[in-house]
Write a protein that binds this ligand. Structure first.
Ligand code: HAM
Length: 418
């Protein structure tokens, strides 16, 4: 057993999986940049107060934050998500609106680790600040749907809900408190504890005994303002116009407290129940203000990389890209020839690798095989004497001698590069 292992809830992402992660981010960048979103890299830690604005009743804040005092005595925290940091950046830099940005990178939550749930997990996401337009809500949702389609995912389900305006949410919370309190004896003890903290979150319970009470709970749409209802209807019509299918789920409240109006979640129908949420988002029209800025509407989403890739596995799509080099150089003389030849090839835009420590020809050929290069260049003492190189096509085993001075042209020919 090695002395050191990764901390619980963290992993090393090795090849070929790591290549898949990078490709995932590339496809995302391509999708959202084509819609006018620019790349932002917020810091991985911020003043704890920034994240407290996510809502002091959310578990992400109360139970899962990685916070600590740094050597300067500042109380900071590793980011549990990136929406708060993006809004803090908006207030700090005052960009022209609408400000449409995208991000990718790790987040940290002290959760119970299991498959699809980690303490360090990656997300990709977008945020659009400064426009209240329901068509923007639909654009943001359509982008996520397009991205899933780019990955080849077909079994993605979209749930839509509205949480009304700030006052509506509070009012609904009181209505739920009254309703659930009246049925408290039928709720599980976990849900009774949640009720005391945040009645809305009781709707999130997946526990079987709670379901009957939840099914009878008043729906939010009955207690929200006319303007919030109209906004939601306009979002749904805009999704219809783009042929994006969805289901209205008036129990969808999401885990962060900043949401107002539109909320949505993507689940994978190809995954087991525990980790079906592969992405989610919504409007957070009060968050910029809570961070000290002028009242500014905002909407966005974040998609979990791990879970989305699990969904890709389940649907057998978005395989890891191959990363083989084109050429493997075998040098049985002294290694210097391989050293110089690799350099020359790389200078000419051809990818190349080699073996080290002057291993036997058998060992070097084995490495060439393992590298999955399509061509091996072999140099022994005969080749050095005649200023030639043996070129071997790894697939067919065909091999022939070439003049060393012609190596680049011959290599390109063998690789079929015009
Ligand atoms: P969230 O629902 O907390 O929203 O996270 C979004 C996605 O990140 C989840 O659907 C899930 O796929 C993934 N995720 C969350 N926690 C974990 C974990 N511990 N391990 C693996 N994957 C995880 C947000 O983070 C919001 N900032 C989304 C947003 C952006 N809302 C508006 N703008």
């Amino acid at each position: 057993m090695p002395e050191f292992k990764t901390s619980p809830g963290t992993r090393d992402i090795l090849a070929p999986h790591s290549g898949r992660w990078r490709a995932f981010q590339d496809v995302f960048a391509h999708t959202v940049e084509a819609a006018g979103y620019s790349y932002i890299i917020p810091p991985m830690f911020e003043d704890l107060d920034v994240f407290l604005r996510l809502g002091e009743t959310t578990e992400v804040v109360t139970k899962e934050m990685y916070d600590f005092h740094d050597k300067g005595g500042r109380h900071v925290a590793l980011r549990p998500e990136q929406t708060a940091g993006v809004c803090r950046a908006y207030v700090e830099h005052r960009p022209i609106t609408p400000w449409k940005v995208w991000y990718a990178g790790p987040n940290f939550r002290y959760e119970k680790p299991q498959q699809g749930r980690y303490r360090q997990f990656d997300q990709v996401g977008v945020e659009a600040l400064g426009a209240d337009d329901p068509l923007l809500d639909a654009e943001v949702i359509a982008l996520a749907a397009k991205f899933y389609a780019e990955l080849g995912l077909k079994k993605v389900h979209l749930s839509m809900n509205t949480l009304g305006d700030a006052g509506d949410r509070e009012r609904y919370s009181q209505i739920l408190l009254k309703y659930f309190s009246a049925h408290e004896k039928d709720l599980t003890s976990d849900s009774r504890a949640t009720l005391a903290r945040n009645p809305l979150r009781v709707l999130d319970s997946k526990r079987e005994p709670d379901q009957k009470v939840i099914a009878g709970a008043p729906a939010i749409r009955e207690s929200i303002s006319e303007s919030a209802n109209q906004h939601f209807d306009a979002v749904l019509r805009a999704l219809d116009a783009l042929n994006i299918s969805y289901e209205i789920n008036n129990r969808l409240v999401r885990g962060l407290d900043y949401y107002r109006r539109t909320t949505f979640e993507f689940t994978s129908l190809a995954l087991d129940a525990a980790h079906t949420a592969i992405g989610g988002g919504g409007r957070y029209d009060g968050l910029v203000e809570a961070l000290g800025g002028k009242a500014t509407p905002g909407i966005g989403f974040a998609l979990g990389l791990d879970r989305t890739l699990l969904a890709c596995d389940a649907e057998n799509t978005f395989a890891a890209p191959t990363t083989a080099v084109q050429i493997f150089v075998v040098d049985t003389v002294d290694g210097r020839h391989a050293h110089e030849l690799c350099h020359l090839l790389r200078q000419n835009g051809v990818s190349a690798d080699r073996a080290y420590d002057l291993r036997s020809i058998k060992a070097q050929m084995k490495s060439a095989d393992r590298s999955a290069a399509s061509v091996a260049l072999i140099i022994g003492s005969d080749e050095v004497q005649n200023s030639t190189i043996m070129l071997r096509k790894m697939g067919s085993g065909e091999q022939y001698s070439i003049a060393r001075k012609d190596v680049i042209g011959e290599v390109l020919k063998a690789l079929n590069v015009k």
